[in-house]
Design a binder for this molecule. Structure first.
Ligand code: NAP
Length: 484
């Protein structure tokens, strides 16, 4: 099956930070792939902006190198790349200065969608927003895209929201959480709300608990100093994992409409109970076999920042009272795997004398790798000798089911940038959502800081600290194995 590509309106997209890591790795190669797929109209243009004094030729050469490096060989077509590069311009601009803005203004065309991607440090958001306005580059229809981290606590998130709000209305602000652009994450909504099968069971009466795992094998080397000021709670839980939790826990929105969806997510965040200290486990990876550990990577021997966190989260509403959500994420783990596992309760009565083989039904939604879904079911073990039960998976890898090569599925950034051009905010976080998430996160972080807690060590390549296992065992449950 070939996925349908609907071209978006003609646009001018300015990428502030157009020479940076994110632009080179994700934004520019992603735009090339959309161009290759025929989604970007031929007249659309991309303008890089950064302080570096580059000619347009030099910038195009840099973008060409980024495509060579980050787009797989079989998706690189020299003629298409040349056509794509012809649509690229560059302006040297210091976000804090006054030079270059008139050049940028003169490059912008009338009557096309204007989008401005702030792929720069958040400290520059205010400067850029203000100059886009004072130089009359942005208009009431322009859109801005801002990257995480959106604040490091409630106060800084509020300040960022206020800075942006002084120049743009909420309908113009696209706060990226690239997790929301993943195919499987959107599929969560399709699975829940386009099937009658699950929704009647989707509550504490039938669901024992939910596990959300985002395990990474990478360490923090290269960005240790940055990460050390953040940690797993700020870097992953407050944003990505919170979004996953919301999509699992939210009520059906009245319509698949940006504000209807975001209203429901916000209600979930507001219903989160404060997390008790005993329901939090933080960890820091040790170096394995002569490799550096977290403290060496962070260059802070006294660091108390967590590279791993596990939490038991309760949602205080009718649907979820009594069904905990266990969240865990970490660096330098055994395998790279992200999944959501929904474990159902036991049937109320077993008609089988020997229920030894019995295990719970589990619905597993795999976000990466090998995006897909698995439903663990009980069947009869084949063969004579009476009724014995065994658990088998109903397994659906999306790539197999849809006949689409993984390479052809747009990556999260590609999808989200096209949504910006379309003016669809469903997969972007609203300001009040971000603030509510920080309002829940802040006391958790303040709590362990006030208690002076140090994270526990865990071995690189393991499943995390011992106490994380206890967090589940204590409740008579166990984590699913982390495997690719
Ligand atoms: P980066 O590699 O350090 O790039 C920063 C970019 O900003 C460069 O193009 C730099 O070019 C430009 N810049 C810096 N100061 C400027 C100024 N005063 N005026 C105009 N341009 C300026 O950073 P990055 O990794 O691409 O990250 C960009 C943003 O995305 C950050 O907010 C980051 O937190 C976020 N983010 C990044 C990733 C990632 O994977 N990299 C993932 C999620 C979020 P010049 O020095 O030439 O000006």
């Amino acid at each position: 099956m070939v996925s349908r590509v609907i071209p978006v309106d003609s646009f001018d997209l300015v990428v502030f930070g157009g020479t940076g890591d994110l632009a080179r790795r994700k934004i520019l190669p992603g735009l090339y792939r959309r161009f290759l797929a025929g989604q970007m109209t031929a007249e659309s243009r991309i303008i890089g902006a950064a302080r570096a004094d580059l000619t347009e030729e030099a910038y195009r050469a840099m973008v060409g190198e980024a495509i060579d490096e980050f787009v797989p060989k079989d998706r690189r077509d020299a003629a298409v790349i040349a056509e794509f590069l012809a649509r690229i311009g560059y302006v040297s601009i210091d976000a804090k200065g006054s030079a270059g803005w008139d050049v940028l203004r003169d490059k912008m065309r009338p009557n096309v969608v204007r989008a401005f991607y702030f792929s720069v440090a958040p400290a520059l958001f205010g400067d850029i927003a203000e100059r886009l306005h004072s130089n009359q580059i942005a208009d009431a229809w322009s859109r801005i895209v801002v990257e995480k981290p959106f604040g490091r606590d409630l106060a800084s998130a509020k300040a960022l929201n206020a800075v942006l709000a002084s120049h743009f209305n909420e309908g113009q602000i696209y706060r990226i959480d690239h997790y929301l652009g993943k195919e499987t994450v959107q599929n969560l909504m399709a699975v829940r709300f386009a099937n009658i099968l699950f929704e009647p069971l989707w509550k504490s009466e039938y669901i024992d608990h939910v596990q959300i795992t985002v395990a990474e094998t990478v360490d923090v080397s290269g960005r240790g100093a940055y990460y050390d000021k953040s940690g797993a709670m700020r870097d992953m839980v407050q944003n990505h994992m919170m979004q996953l939790l919301c999509l699992i826990a939210m009520e059906p929105p009245y319509h698949f409409d940006p504000d209807a969806v975001r209203d429901e997510k916000l209600k979930v965040i507001r219903a989160l109970e404060p997390v008790k200290p005993e329901d939090i486990v933080r960890g820091q990876y040790l170096g394995a076999k002569g490799e550096a550990g977290y403290v060496q990577h962070s260059e802070n021997p006294a660091s108390r920042t967590e590279s791993y966190i596990a939490l038991k989260v309760n949602i205080a509403n009718w649907r979820w009272k009594g069904t905990p959500f266990y969240l865990r994420t970490g660096k330098k783990m055994r395998a790279r795997a992200s999944e959501i596992a929904i474990t159902f309760k036991e049937p109320p009565h077993s008609i089988f004398d020997d229920a030894k083989g019995w295990k719970e039904n589990v619905l597993v939604i795999r976000l990466q790798p090998n995006e897909g879904m698995e439903l663990m079911m009980m069947i009869k073990e084949p063969g004579p000798g009476g009724m014995r039960l065994m658990q088998v998976p109903l397994d659906m890898a999306f790539a197999d089911a849809l006949g689409v090569e993984a390479e052809d599925v747009p990556d999260a950034y590609e999808r989200l940038i096209m949504d910006v051009i379309r003016g669809n905010q469903t997969l972007f976080m609203r300001g009040d959502e971000v603030e509510a998430a920080w309002a829940w996160t802040d006391p958790i972080i303040q709590g362990w800081e006030a208690r002076g807690e140090r994270p526990q060590s865990y071995d690189a390549g393991s499943s995390g600290p011992e106490d994380a296992l206890m967090l589940m065992h204590r409740d008579g449950r166990r984590w699913r194995e982390i495997k690719e």
